[in-house]
Design a protein around this ligand. Structure first.
Ligand SMILES: [Zn+2]
Ligand SMILES: [Zn+2]
Length: 373
């Protein structure tokens, strides 16, 4: 465990590992430079233009990209790590693209804060990450790449696993971004907000490691049925696609399922969500591992009973609130009114900003759009 209960959520202990990632004790590593830098670190960015702030943020994110193979049989790995698609390029992205392009949501950082906007990207780049070697990207996912989806257990397992891997890779990059920020501006190591972000990021990764090991064990034992899956087909094609894993905070009635801010929860597990169109219909695959029945079984029991319409409404909320790995067809954006687009973007941001949620609710604009219509 990276964290024990003697440590504080908002402060680094002098004798814990330095958050710069050096593995030395904080006290004997960056502690002094943190103190020297404390006053200046917050001031440093004040002279920056918005463009420079955005540029630096983009660069910091790019710097953390890394290659890994998350395939299970390490002895079969090939040296080439490909840029793998979490959403199938030919089957799925092709269907929602127009002239080879789709849209996603990108966050723009400025002095005023963070703003979200739609960003056009090539479908060849959408949902890609360096998470599998050449061999595993082909072999491991054969049952979903080369066969139509038929709600087979192994297919549900692989869809869940791939979305999970994309988010796992992102989480590691997020932690490394925080470490790089600390190295560049050690004063932030004394900021309670920055320390909390770092702690949460470490928890996230520890939880993901546990889930990854579970996927691995199940794969070798062929226990594909341990992933409880809800599979639903809609008789229409949606104009977006999503593949992701995330921890759901509240159930359908607003009761807390996972307290993601609590250090007492043993693990905050994910559910795995895949939604995509195909020939005249939409496939919805929702799953979680039955190790976490005590957390998610009631929630899934209720999801299962929902009508198509109510399930759509809930998923409309989930996929905008919890993930960035969602891609929209240019056709969908043409269909949405300006007001609906605005609502979508601000609702997306509201997951990190309680004030925004309050304002949206006040104006009747909180999730005032329907991706499924
Ligand atoms: Zn250090
Ligand atoms: Zn491999």
């Amino acid at each position: 465990m990276p964290f024990n209960k003697f440590e504080r959520m908002d402060k680094f202990d002098p004798y814990e590992e330095c958050p710069c990632g050096s593995r030395k004790k904080f006290k004997f590593c960056c502690f002094q430079s943190a103190k020297d830098d404390e006053k200046t670190s917050a001031e440093k960015f004040k002279g920056y233009s918005d463009k420079r702030i955005q540029h630096e943020a983009n660069k910091k994110w790019e710097d953390t990209d890394f290659k890994i193979c998350l395939g299970f049989t390490k002895n079969e790995c090939r040296p080439l790590i490909k840029s793998a698609h979490a959403l199938q390029n030919n089957r799925i992205l092709n269907r929602i693209s127009e002239q080879g392009h789709v849209f996603n949501i990108s966050s723009n950082i400025s002095k005023k804060g963070i703003d979200a906007d739609f960003k056009k990207i090539s479908k060849n780049k959408a949902s890609t990450f360096f998470g599998f070697c050449d061999f595993h990207d082909n072999k491991l996912f054969k049952p979903i790449e080369q066969k139509e989806y038929k709600n087979e257990e192994i297919q549900n397992f692989l869809f869940g696993f791939r979305g999970f891997c994309l988010e796992y890779h992102r989480k590691i990059r997020k932690l490394n971004t925080l470490r790089n920020n600390f190295k560049a501006s050690p004063g932030f190591m004394l900021s309670p907000i920055a320390v909390q972000l770092y702690r949460n990021s470490e928890f996230d990764i520890a939880d993901s490691q546990t889930e990854y090991e579970t996927f691995r064990k199940d794969y070798f034992n062929k226990d594909f049925n341990k992933l409880r899956t809800i599979h639903r087909r809609l008789k229409k094609e949606v104009e977006f696609a999503v593949s992701s894993s995330f921890a759901v905070k509240d159930d359908l009635h607003g009761n807390v399922i996972n307290d993601i801010y609590s250090v007492n929860s043993e693990i905050v597990p994910n559910i795995h969500v895949n939604i995509f169109p195909r020939d005249g219909e939409t496939v919805i695959i929702l799953s979680y591992h039955n190790n976490y029945d005590s957390i998610y079984s009631k929630y899934f029991d209720e999801l299962k009973e929902l009508s198509d319409e109510d399930l759509e409404k809930h998923l409309n909320f989930l996929v905008i609130n919890y993930t960035e790995n969602i891609f929209f067809s240019p056709r969908l954006l043409k269909k949405l009114s300006d007001e609906q687009k605005r609502s979508l973007l601000v609702s997306f941001q509201s997951s990190m900003d309680a004030q925004k949620t309050y304002e949206l609710n006040k104006d009747g604009q909180f999730f005032n759009f329907n991706l499924f219509s």
